[in-house]
Design a protein around this ligand. Structure first.
Ligand SMILES: O=C(CO)[C@H](O)[C@H](O)COP(=O)(O)O
Length: 234
C-alpha cells in the first residue's frame, strides 16, 4: 500500500531541510519511505563533510540506505533516547496527527519517534488533509489477523479491514517483524486519539499507524519552496 503523488522535487526539499536540523554529535532516527530517503542521503553527505552522528533505522529499507550512505548506526538498546527523529507520513491532518505505515514500518517508526526529543515529519502537499481519512495500517501477529479483523469491524466507529497482499509474492505482506498488515478503512476519523486507544487495546495488535500528538513539526516541501508547520507534541 504505497501512497502519495508528490513530486520528487517536493520530497527532496522537505527531506534535505530536515537533514539540516541534525546537530553534530546527535542521535537521529531514520524513518522509512521515499521522502525520508532524501533526508538520509543528505545526512550521509553531511557525514562526508565532517558531521558526526549516529542513526537508528526504523526498517530494513532505512537500515540498508543508511549503510549505503556510511551513516554509523546504533539502536535504542544502546542509547535509550534519540535527539531528532525524521520520518515521512501517508497523511497529515491540520492538527498535526498522522497516518503512517504505508511501508509497513510503523511499529519501529513509532518506537523511535516516541524516544525522540524532536519528531520532524517530512511530506509533500499530497499528504495534507483537514482530517485523517486514509485507511489505518495495523500490524498484527499472524495468528491474530482474523480475530483482530473481527474486532475492528465491531468497533464504534467500525472499520473495514483488508489484509495487505504482497505485490511480488503470493500471499500477504510480511513485516520486518514477521507479522501481517491489516489496512482498516474508518472513513473520516473525527476522534483519532480515541480510535488510537481502541486499536491499541485489541489483543493481537502489535502497533497501528495512528500517530496522535507526536509530531513537533511537519516540513512540507513543494516544487518551489517549503512550508514548516509547528505543533506542540504531547
Ligand atoms: O509510514 C511510512 C512507512 O511505514 C512512510 O513514512 C510513509 O509511507 C510515507 O512514505 P513516502 O515518503 O514514500 O510517501
Amino acid at each position: 500500500m504505497k501512497t502519495g503523488g508528490g513530486s520528487d522535487e517536493a520530497k527532496r526539499r522537505a527531506g534535505e531541510r530536515a537533514a539540516e536540523a541534525v546537530e553534530d554529535g546527535s542521535v537521529v532516527g531514520l524513518g522509512t519511505g521515499s521522502t525520508t530517503a532524501f533526508a538520509i542521503e543528505a545526512i550521509g553527505r553531511a557525514i562526508d563533510d565532517g558531521l558526526e552522528v549516529r542513526g537508528i533505522p526504523t526498517s530494513f529499507q532505512s537500515r540498508q540506505l543508511a549503510i549505503d550512505c556510511d551513516i554509523p548506526l546504533t539502536s535504542l538498546d544502546e542509547v535509550l533516547r534519540v535527539d531528532l527523529a525524521i520520518d515521512g507520513a501517508d497523511q497529515v491532518s491540520e492538527a498535526g496527527d498522522l497516518i503512517k505505515g504505508g511501508g509497513a514500518a510503523q511499529t519501529r517508526e513509532k518506537l523511535v519517534a516516541a524516544a525522540a526529543d524532536r519528531f520532524v515529519v517530512v511530506a509533500d502537499p499530497s499528504k495534507l488533509s483537514a482530517r485523517l481519512e486514509r485507511s489505518v495500517p495495523i500490524e498484527v501477529v499472524p495468528d491474530a489477523h482474523t480475530v483482530v479483523a473481527k474486532r475492528v469491524r465491531e468497533l464504534e466507529p467500525a472499520g473495514e479491514p483488508t489484509l495487505r497482499e504482497a505485490s511480488q509474492k503470493d500471499g500477504p505482506v510480511v513485516t520486518d517483524n514477521g507479522n501481517l498488515m491489516l489496512d482498516c478503512e474508518f472513513g473520516s476519523i473525527t476522534d483519532p486519539e480515541t480510535l488510537a486507544t481502541q486499536l491499541s487495546n485489541v489483543p493481537g495488535v502489535v502497533e497501528h499507524g495512528l500517530f496522535v500528538g507526536m509530531a513537533d513539526a511537519v516540513y512540507v516541501g513543494t516544487d518551489d519552496g517549503l512550508e514548516v508547520r509547528r505543533f506542540e507534541s504531547e
